[in-house]
Design a protein around this ligand. Structure first.
Ligand SMILES: Nc1ncnc2c1ncn2[C@@H]1O[C@H](COP(=O)(O)OP(=O)(O)OP(=O)(O)O)[C@@H](O)[C@H]1O
Ligand SMILES: [Mg+2]
Length: 361
């Protein structure tokens, strides 16, 4: 599909979009992805700034319904990390759209503002912790993200005093990993086509295996290493070089010298501990999010980073974002206790055990 084709049917600047509830004036293109585009809009009834995400009416792969379902789920758990969904509609034969809270710049763009293209360690760790909490929340209400990457997280806006809050975005590739009626985790498929973004994709998905909760966290770790060190060792390879990136991700598991390169400028002990912990998990495992969170906290205290140290994109203001640890990942309204116990009890380290491990070093 050419850009021209896409632009003709998509919203035009200053166009007025009508829904049953309200009218919106299209102001600016905020981002354009594989399946649609995101614009800032002004709600005409009260002049509030909002964002719309649009998908062409004839898109072959429809995914906006998934954004919609996930944001509805997020509203139920009252998370800090998801945009409120306020409206939705279709413009006949052109596009469907959802209206949501407008937030600020994504974490890909924010990193590129930095010298050496890396965040200071304090910013990398605080942001990592918030993203981890949002992943646990998403898993808790029954979805895998499957495209965890910096462009899919953004900070809130200065105008709403939310510069220190990180939001998770883009649920187009999400998958429900639970059978809600039966209260069970869906069976692992014998194979699954590759989806997502080569740079951050977990090894299992690059091997075309069905992926689980641990794999979202593997992608999170690649993103966090990139924030901390400024680049991933496979940064120069693109999607057409998937085999090269796959080989790097395999080597990382076996070769200490590759691990050393990968973790340049990073708190090596803690990041490696997370990586090795993820290696012990299987498709059905419920990750120990709190263990991973405490590894991040340990990296902060070992490097003399304080709770109030500012974020790189708001250097004059003491940090005031959320510091809460993640939940335990138990899927809400589902009786999955037994499955989690059977599949992960032997590999999941409790927080107390982890604290003891940390003290020993
Ligand atoms: N609610 C929002 N407020 C402000 N900006 C947003 C919002 N939602 C998305 N964006 C911006 O638009 C970009 C693309 O959004 P999103 O990832 O949801 O779309 P996509 O079409 O699925 O993108 P891609 O295919 O690139 O992953 C984001 O990286 C972000 O910069
Ligand atoms: Mg995206």
């Amino acid at each position: 599909m050419s850009n021209k084709e896409c632009d003709d049917s998509m919203p035009q600047l200053n166009e007025e979009l009508k829904t049953k509830k309200d009218k919106y004036k299209v102001l600016k293109l905020l981002g354009k992805g594989g399946f649609g585009a995101v614009y800032s809009v002004q709600r005409l009834s009260d002049s509030q700034m909002l964002a719309i995400k649009c998908e062409k009416a004839d898109a072959v792969k429809k995914s906006l319904f998934m954004d919609c379902n996930v944001l509805k789920g997020a509203a139920e758990i009252k998370s800090h990390h998801f945009c409120a969904l306020t409206d939705r509609a279709a413009v006949k034969d052109r596009f469907n759209f959802i209206v949501m809270k407008m937030i600020g710049r994504n974490l890909w763009d924010l990193r590129l503002d930095m010298p050496d293209h890396r965040f200071t360690l304090g910013t990398a760790l605080k942001t990592a912790a918030q993203c981890l909490v949002s992943i646990e929340e998403l898993h808790r209400f029954g979805y895998l993200h499957r495209d965890i990457k910096p462009g899919n997280f953004a900070a809130g806006r200065k105008e709403t005093k939310e510069l220190h809050i990180i939001y998770m975005l883009d649920f187009g590739l999400c998958r429900e990993y639970v059978k809600r009626r039966e209260g069970k985790i869906r069976m692992q498929r014998s194979s699954a086509p590759f989806r997502g973004t080569t740079r951050y994709a977990p090894l299992a998905s690059m091997m075309e295996l069905d992926i689980g909760r641990k794999d979202d966290i593997e992608s999170w770790l690649y993103m966090v290493v990139e924030w901390t060190s400024g680049q991933l060792i496979w940064h120069k390879y693109r999607s057409q070089d998937r085999d090269k990136v796959l080989q790097y991700k395999k080597d990382l598991r076996e070769k200490p010298e590759v691990q050393d390169n990968f973790l340049a400028h990073c708190p090596k002990k803690e990041y490696l501990r997370i990586f090795k912990y993820l290696e012990t998990l299987g498709f059905y495992s419920s990750p120990d999010y709190k263990f991973i969170f405490y590894c991040i906290q340990h990296a902060a205290s070992a490097n003399n980073i304080k709770d109030k140290d500012p974020l790189d994109w708001d250097p004059e203001t003491p940090y005031s974002g959320p510091n809460d640890p993640p939940g335990d990942g138990n899927v809400i309204n589902l009786d999955v206790e037994r499955i989690q116990m059977a599949s992960s009890a032997e590999v999941s380290l409790g927080t107390d055990k982890m604290k003891t491990m940390m003290k020993k070093d």
